[in-house]
Design a protein around this ligand. Structure first.
Ligand SMILES: C[S@@+](CC[C@H](N)C(=O)[O-])C[C@H]1O[C@@H](n2cnc3c(N)ncnc32)[C@H](O)[C@@H]1O
Length: 241
């Protein structure tokens, strides 16, 4: 478990000295950067649901689960979305007491309901000391359509987990802490692994526009574009293969 402290109900990692989500407009920023940056709503419309070909999202850094909750919320509002599998990974899982505070911070969306929190805690305990065997899954049926939203969180290091994943990904949410503070989430080795797990036409989006992140992405063959960042942030990166 990892240590956090709070400023205005926003969790900050002691280990990395960085916020889990933005202090201003956490939900809007997350939706803008990751959901819209990857054009997920358009891609869902293009995904053929008749042959059960689902849509897969890969996230680096599960943290508080905010990106998952926002994506799930958007999916529930679609009339006939495809089945979605949301794969995420987390080496330093947050304690339930921290996650409960999320619920107060974002009353407008459904986040850490009791059943979900119990299931998260159980998955962490059941895996024992071997981080690699701790995997948490949770399925939500669509409120009016026949499809489902599957969450899979691997509680292990980024490199180990990407090596274990078999599923090919349609859209990547690159959400480590800021690259200067958490460089191991932004290496060419990580990007080489995500490239090998990407479907043709995959996309990525990230809040950062750091030069070494762009260069590492390009060095393994991703097309990278700069886009206006959220609010006062000048730039962010999007792209694909
Ligand atoms: C900015 S936070 C993610 C925020 C998250 N997406 C959310 O919605 O709350 C970055 C996350 O990456 C995790 N992380 C950092 N280094 C890691 C590593 N080497 N392997 C796996 N996870 C790592 C951190 O523990 C943290 O939870």
């Amino acid at each position: 478990m990892t240590e956090v402290f709070f400023e205005n109900e926003v969790p900050i990692s002691e280990r990395f000295g960085d916020v889990y989500f933005s202090k201003e407009g956490g939900t809007e920023e997350s939706a803008y950067v990751f959901f819209e940056g990857n054009r997920i709503a358009e891609k869902w419309k293009e995904t053929n649901t008749t042959n059960n070909s689902g849509f897969t999202i890969g996230e680096l850094g599960f943290g508080t689960g905010l990106n998952y909750f926002i994506t799930l919320e958007k999916w529930k509002k679609e009339i006939s979305p495809p089945t979605v599998s949301f794969f995420s990974l987390e080496k330093f899982p947050l304690e339930s007491s921290t996650l409960k505070i999320m619920k107060n911070h974002f009353p407008e969306i459904s986040t850490w309901e009791k059943g979900l929190l119990d299931s998260y805690e159980k998955a962490l305990k059941d895996g024992g000391q071997n981080l690699r065997s701790r995997i948490w899954t949770w399925t939500t049926p669509h409120p009016s359509h026949r499809t489902q939203f599957h969450l899979h969180v691997y509680f292990s290091d980024v490199i180990t987990t990407l090596g274990d994943w078999k599923e090919k990904i349609d859209a990547w949410y690159l959400d480590g802490f800021s690259p200067a503070k958490n460089p191991e989430m932004w290496t060419a080795e990580v990007f080489q692994k995500i490239k090998s797990l990407s479907k043709e036409g995959t996309s990525f989006a990230t809040f950062t526009a750091a030069g070494f992140v762009r260069r590492n992405l390009e060095s393994v063959g991703f097309r990278v574009e700069k886009q206006a960042g959220f609010g006062r942030k000048r730039e962010m990166l999007v792209g694909g293969i």
